[in-house]
Design a protein around this ligand. Structure first.
Ligand code: ADP
Ligand code: ZN
Length: 217
């Protein structure tokens, strides 16, 4: 499959993307994960992106496009890809369109995950992430806690609250989403590529996306 997952921070894009990638081996590409790994490794990209991310601001489009062009050219994307957290601005969406044309790849559709604001805020403040960059498993202190000592159930590394999950940074991320990313809903609707999902659970959303994938022309 070749799809884009749209949705506010905390809408569940990461979880849905992981489940979808298990269906057919399409690669899950999360720009947030790539950027956080770059920061950990101290690469040039990471050093440029760090301050923006900690404030909950978007990383500049040019940097993100360089990184994504490189990522989408890798052969593992031949099986398909699930884009999680990208594109996040109209210029990124326009640049992606050109890039996919050059690569001779066409999107199936854009899945927009609609989740209420209260649910989102609750999810973001209770979220914990595995600190191991190769794992990055996501937990929730209420619904899906890490081990009692706070370590990851998958790899045993400590789980942490992300720098950008303080109340202030979360408010900024949601405002940034409204201003910069929400316009993509209209953008893709006008191209006839948008599908909306209002399911409560990630599993339900995955089933609905699967159905739409088999129904597509
Ligand atoms: P969430 O979707 O929960 O906000 P992500 O892990 O997708 O979290 O992104 C974390 C941060 O990484 C964003 O707040 C932003 O600073 C940066 N980022 C990720 N993807 C992009 C992108 N496509 N364009 C610009 N910045 C991005
Ligand atoms: Zn882990």
């Amino acid at each position: 499959m070749r799809i884009i997952l749209l949705g506010a921070p905390g809408a569940g894009k990461g979880t849905v993307a992981k489940l979808l990638s298990q269906i057919d081996g399409s690669v899950h590409i999360s720009t947030g994960d790539i950027l956080r790994a770059a920061i950990k490794e101290g690469t040039e990209l990471g050093m440029k992106a760090k301050a923006y991310m900690e404030r909950g601001d978007l990383v500049p489009d040019e940097l993100v496009m360089l990184m994504m062009e490189d990522r989408l050219r890798r052969p593992d994307t031949d099986k398909g890809f699930i884009l999680d957290g990208f594109p996040r601005t109209i210029p990124q969406a326009e640049a992606l369109e050109g890039l996919l044309k050059r690569l001779g790849k066409e999107l199936d559709f854009v899945a927009n995950l609609e989740v209420e604001r209260e649910v989102i805020i609750d999810r973001l403040t209770t979220r914990r992430t595995c600190s191991n960059p190769d794992c990055q498993e996501i937990y929730n202190v209420k619904s899906n806690p890490p081990l009692p000592d706070g370590t990851c159930r998958k790899c045993g590394s400590p789980t942490v609250q992300r720098e950008d999950e303080t109340e202030e940074a979360i408010a900024n991320r949601l405002a940034t989403y409204q201003a910069k990313t929400a316009p993509l809903i209209d953008y893709y609707a006008r191209k006839g590529l948008l599908k909306n999902y209002r399911s409560v659970s990630s599993a339900e959303t995955v089933e609905a996306v699967k159905r739409d994938l088999t129904l597509r022309p």
